[in-house]
Design a binder for this molecule. Structure first.
Ligand code: 0X9
Ligand code: ZN
Length: 252
């Protein structure tokens, strides 16, 4: 038996990730900018332990950058077909295989052979699970659409018990973005604002990790440039991301 005697206050953990969908180029940039800003701003690291995974799908990004700019999935080879890739945001083990997730390995939203069949989704799971009980907020960066989405995303019919809390926090994030960068982000339940999607990381984090604040942030733009965001919009977009993260960190 060990006895720990400590005066160190256990910090709350905020978990941020990016780079799950290969064509969403501004997403890993946003996570990296959060890291850069935190390093310069010691205040928010005094009370919060930050866990940041900026690149969840390296093979997919490599393929998008060199071969097919609209590639979305990872690059795993399906044994049952000639097609490649699993949509990692359909591969998490909560409500896996439900709405909005394809069973066809050739589809852009293929759910994979089983929940957590992919090393990339397992990597996120395995990084998070030891932190259960400590993680107070999870943000995953995607693009595009300028929306802040919260669970449940797998169904329009089932309401997350903390919907009101998350709606308030999401509105605070959107208001802070508008105040600082002038960009307008809309807010709402994932399944309602977008479409129902089962097996996504946000729902898994809310359910399996019991995280009270779980958000998918779809960064810029609203569809003019879409995935091909001009370089001049990278900095303003990652600033949106930082303003959202900073606001949430002060609320949890
Ligand atoms: O479909 C997705 O995975 C996300 N949109 S994207 O255009 N970046 O692919 C939205 C996921 C929202 N979360 C849930 N519905 N659970
Ligand atoms: Zn995405």
């Amino acid at each position: 038996m060990t006895n720990n005697i400590t005066n160190t206050v256990q910090k709350k953990v905020v978990f941020v990730d990016g780079g799950i969908h290969a064509r969403e180029l501004v997403s890993p940039a946003a996570a990296l900018y959060v890291i850069e800003t935190l390093i310069a701003n010691t205040k928010l690291t005094e009370t919060i332990e930050w866990q940041i995974m900026p690149m969840l799908n390296p093979d997919g990004y490599e393929y998008a950058l060199n071969k097919d700019p609209l590639w979305r999935k990872n690059r795993s080879k399906s044994p049952s077909s000639t097609c490649y890739g699993v949509d990692l945001n359909r591969n998490f083990g909560f409500q896996w295989g439900g709405l909005g997730a394809s069973s066809s390995p050739c589809s852009y939203d293929y759910k994979g052979a089983s929940a957590f069949s992919e090393p990339e989704s397992r990597a996120l799971r395995d990084a998070m699970l030891p932190l259960k009980g400590k993680v107070k907020a999870y943000i995953t960066f995607h693009s595009f659409g300028q929306t802040i989405l919260y669970p449940w995303g797998y169904s329009t019919l089932v309401k997350h018990p903390l919907t009101a809390t998350m709606d308030t926090a999401a509105k605070a994030m959107a208001a802070q973005i508008k105040k600082t960068t002038l960009a307008v982000y809309s807010v709402g339940n994932s399944a309602v604002v977008y479409y129902p999607v089962a097996g996504a990381s946000d729902d898994w984090a809310a359910y399996a990790m019991d995280i009270a604040h779980s958000y998918t942030i779809e960064l810029r733009d609203k569809g003019v440039y879409g995935f091909k965001l001009p370089a001049s919009q990278i900095l303003p977009t990652v600033r949106d991301a930082w303003e959202a993260v900073k606001t949430l960190a002060t609320l949890v």
